[in-house]
Design a binder for this molecule. Structure first.
Ligand code: ADP
Length: 227
């Protein structure tokens, strides 16, 4: 609960601060800072939304296999939707983002579900990078699967923690990490969503160098079933 609260408070505090500055009329002769403040308020509201989304969906993701709206199509639209939502959470130019989508194979998937998976991985890549944030998203067709990977140049994850990071509410321990707000639900959602799509999540990480999360989803066959 403390972590969820902290995760909600961080954007809320920023929203209140900027709104109060505007309310006090301190920026009335400064249109540029007024615009910046409004943009920050809108962006932080989007963060708040994404936190609430995580809290509300982590349980649903675990059990609601039947409520997935499955369609057999390439994952491009889901990935692009996540990238667009991610763009609303960050300051333009803040992230050096490379995107390579080379996949055309159909995958039986729920677009919202896979978009949430990619968004959660992007949010983590963002939160756990300190210096210049370099994030690479690659989507490609493999033999029987489609691979979606999100790579960052962040703080990395100690080997001994890799086993546990997909558990709900688990947060790897480190002083650096505790500065990034989080409830420990992002990867639990990723894990459950991907499992309910018949796929798997792999992680490679080196402390101080970065991490790469790879989601592997089975390609659909011609009848739209999982191959
Ligand atoms: P949260 O980010 O809210 O703590 P997650 O379930 O998304 O929760 O992640 C669990 C833990 O895994 C995080 O607390 C963090 O320690 C670690 N982690 C996840 N993604 C990354 C990443 N890209 N780089 C470094 N650490 C990560």
């Amino acid at each position: 609960l403390a972590n969820v609260t902290h995760d909600l408070r961080t954007p809320l505090t920023a929203i209140r601060m900027y709104a109060q500055t505007l309310q006090a009329g301190k920026l009335k002769d400064d249109p540029e800072r007024t615009r910046d403040s409004l943009e920050t308020i809108v962006r932080e509201t989007a963060w708040l939304d994404s936190v609430i989304d995580r809290v509300l969906t982590w349980r649903a993701a675990a059990k609601d296999r039947d409520t997935l709206e499955l369609k057999s199509e390439p994952v491009r639209a889901a990935v692009e939707d996540a990238l667009q939502r991610f763009g609303r959470l960050t300051v333009p130019g803040e992230v050096d983002l490379s995107i390579q989508i080379d996949s055309t194979a159909p995958v039986l998937h729920d677009q919202l579900g896979i978009s949430a998976v990619v968004l959660n991985l992007l949010i983590n890549a963002y939160k756990y990078t300190t210096r210049e944030k370099i994030i690479t998203v690659a989507v490609q067709d493999l033999d029987r699967q489609v691979s979606i990977s999100v790579q960052d140049n962040g703080i990395g994850i100690p080997q001994r923690e890799l086993r546990r990071i997909f558990e709900p509410f688990y947060r790897a321990d480190s002083r650096l990490r505790s500065r990034a707000a989080g409830a420990g639900l992002g990867l639990a959602i990723v894990h459950h969503q991907v499992r309910s799509h018949g796929g798997e999540v792999q992680v490679e990480s080196t402390e101080g160098v970065g991490s790469r999360f790879t989601v592997l989803l089975p390609k659909a066959d011609l009848e739209g079933r999982r191959a």
